[in-house]
Design a protein around this ligand. Sequence first.
Ligand SMILES: [Zn+2]
Length: 287
Amino acid sequence: MVKGVRVIRNIEEWINQYKDQLEGTYQHLHSIAEVSWQEIETTKFLCKELDKIGIPFVTFEDHPGLVASWKGDIDGPTVAIRADIDALWQNVDGVWKANHSCGHDGHATMVLYTVKMLKDIGFQPKGTLKVIFQPAEETGKGAKALIEKGVVKDVDYMIGLHVRPIQELILKQASPAIYHGATMVLKGKVKGIQAHAARPHLGINVLDSIAAIINAINSIKMDPAIPSSAKVTMVQTNGKNINIIPDEAVFGIDLRAQTNEAMEVLLDQIKKAVYASGGFNGAEVEL
Ligand SMILES: [Zn+2]
């Protein structure tokens, strides 16, 4: 049998043997979901598991996450495999909690069991295998923090993974690369004039501005041949009283576009839409 085929068979056999344990680890990570920068229990668990596998690792004083290094006997390149470990804050069946709906519990399981499997089947890195469990992927800041700490300075190759929704890849299919579009978030503020709800003509109601902004954004026409979207995803006013005309609101817009050029066009349209619509009643609009 060719060596490569034998290795793959060994891997398949190993996976079959550890299937239940692997699923158990996934379920456990799912049950202890923690949001960005608070992945304390998740980090503790992964440390414990790496201890069992017998690979040295380092943790960080100022934030969760860990980095393991498995040095082989021969000098060679440093290859890193990386998983993110944070969850999202979501309403799950009526309860607000940290929830692994992005699949990072699966990622951490996959990377952990990859190392465990490599160790078990007698793999020896020709160089160094680095294992990175990165915190705070959802905020976009965890990777930056690890880069600033020099974690990837010596890395020659890095392998990362992310589960994809069925719209992009059907179940059990993998792709070496998925080309992502551009993304951008905008925050805005509307300032009006407070008044008693019995005298609305004396005030400027910022929620009227927000409604106009939402309608204007939803009316933007982009080239249908290039996928893009823009939507208001957050609105908050300062008021708690129903009988008061609110005079301040903040809002957020999420933008997506398949190309940077389309994003430029979208951004330009958004600015026009927000300023022209939000200020119709005399409110001041900032974006
Ligand atoms: Zn994710």
